[in-house]
Design a protein around this ligand. Structure first.
Ligand SMILES: [Zn+2]
Length: 277
């Protein structure tokens, strides 16, 4: 009997002892959102109650937007071309655009909501907060889901979410190609002038040609924003390395020339001295 009492009291003691440790465990903080102004923490589950159902992926829309920004916008800007609002690639046709512009990155462990200034430890908690608290700011009208264009825009190639070994589905490739070509027609109508025609052609090469199972064409064949800056960076580095080598070469040539002129002077002087005798 005494043994049982001892064991029970040890168990009780250990539970009481570890209680504060458990409540301050970082695992619990994982689900909480910090309100920087008041210092309070709020559980995200409370925010979830009034959120409407949105049938559009925020993450995929973000990838599609990045693809457009990286592989299309530089060319559109170069042509000084204005996308029409009818074009689904127009920034206004991304339902998450306004919210995306209100996501503020402060630090590796701090993200802020630009609407209500709440701070979050992780990006995903800020996304959940935007989904739940600021869903009224989303434009849920038809045709505003950029993620729906991911098939045409090769989002999977950017995120590497599909392995290169996965078998090509001809029906899916044809569907994506059709969507891609309809985007080219609506955003860059051939009848819309020289710039529109050039961009139409570019769009087909950049995005649509790769929608086939032949494997002949790769997406983004015309390059993008990042690629240009990479080449500029590589060229800069090459110049930095080659410049000292060039100066060293010039210096060596000059040394060699000086040595030769001194030799010539010596020879001519000795010639002068040798002549009178
Ligand atoms: Zn907010």
């Amino acid at each position: 009997m005494k043994k049982v009492t001892v064991i029970v009291s040890i168990l009780l003691f250990s539970i009481l002892r570890f209680q504060p440790f458990v409540s301050s465990s970082p695992l619990l903080y994982g689900n909480q959102v910090y309100e920087e102004s008041s210092g309070e923490s709020r559980n995200l589950n409370q925010e979830h109650e009034h959120a409407p159902e949105v049938h559009c992926s925020r993450e995929r829309s973000r990838v599609a937007s990045k693809v457009i920004e990286e592989y299309l916008t530089p060319f559109v800007e170069k042509e000084n071309y204005q996308l029409s609002r009818k074009c689904r690639l127009h920034p206004e046709n991304d339902m998450f655009r306004d919210q995306e512009e209100h996501r503020i990155y402060l630090d590796r462990n701090e993200w802020r909501c630009g609407y209500c200034k709440k701070s979050f430890r992780e990006e995903k908690f800020l996304d959940q907060h935007l989904d739940n608290r600021h869903c009224n700011l989303l434009n849920l009208s038809h045709g505003k889901c950029l993620a729906d264009l991911c098939g045409a825009l090769h989002c999977d190639a950017v995120t590497n979410s599909k392995s290169s070994r996965s078998k090509c589905n001809p029906a899916a490739a044809a569907r994506n190609r059709h969507l891609c070509e309809s985007l080219a027609d609506s955003c860059f109508p051939i009848s819309g002038g020289l710039s529109a025609s050039r961009l139409h052609e570019l769009f087909l090469h950049q995005f649509c040609d790769a929608h086939s199972c032949s494997g002949k064409h790769k997406p983004f064949s015309r390059g993008g924003k990042g690629q240009g800056s990479f080449f500029r960076l590589a060229a800069g580095a090459l110049i930095l390395v080659l410049l000292p080598v060039f100066y060293l070469f010039i210096y060596l040539i000059q040394c060699d020339m000086n040595g030769r002129t001194q030799d010539l002077r010596r020879i001519s002087k000795s010639g002068w001295k040798a002549k009178p005798s």
